[in-house]
Design a protein around this ligand. Structure first.
Ligand code: ZN
Length: 147
């Protein structure tokens, strides 16, 4: 289902450049004559959950934690928590948190919750300080926290 290329896209394609407007990246034939970056961006627009899933999985694997979450389970998690529009790097943005840090299943559909970055950071801080005795965080409003 590839769209017809415009004349300028044809020209860029011939010279091996990414067919996206204003992009001077090197094209990859298997990526519809787009560069890696543009391909990834377009893919993200089409299926943001799948891109977020890959990023999470990569990140978890890099930290050597168990990852037992399927893409469909993650999609459900995103829907239930409005995760895709609320995730990010700011303190109030949501992150995927393992409810029990010591649960051997790690990232598993029954062991994850959406927690703000702020609370998640505090949770790990406490975990390091108190170990298993750390108070647990279940995303409750801040006023209900034990301190
Ligand atoms: Zn490009």
């Amino acid at each position: 289902m590839r769209k017809e290329l415009t004349k300028s896209q044809e020209r860029k394609k011939k010279s091996g450049l990414c067919i996206k407007k204003f992009c001077r990246g090197k094209a990859c034939d298997r990526k519809g004559f787009k560069c890696h970056k543009c391909y990834r961006n377009d893919f993200k627009e089409r299926d943001p959950a799948s891109v977020a899933y890959s990023a999470l999985k990569q990140n978890v694997k890099a930290r050597n934690k168990p990852f037992n979450l399927t893409l469909d389970e993650f999609r459900e998690f995103c829907r239930a928590n409005d995760y895709l529009s609320k995730s990010g790097r700011m303190p109030d943005n949501l992150q995927v948190d393992r409810i029990r840090i010591d649960d051997p299943r790690g990232y598993h559909k029954d062991n994850i919750q959406a927690l703000s970055q702020k609370l998640n950071g505090r949770k790990y801080h406490d975990y390091e300080r108190f170990g298993q005795e750390a108070p647990e965080y279940f995303g409750e409003p801040e006023s209900d926290l034990p301190f």
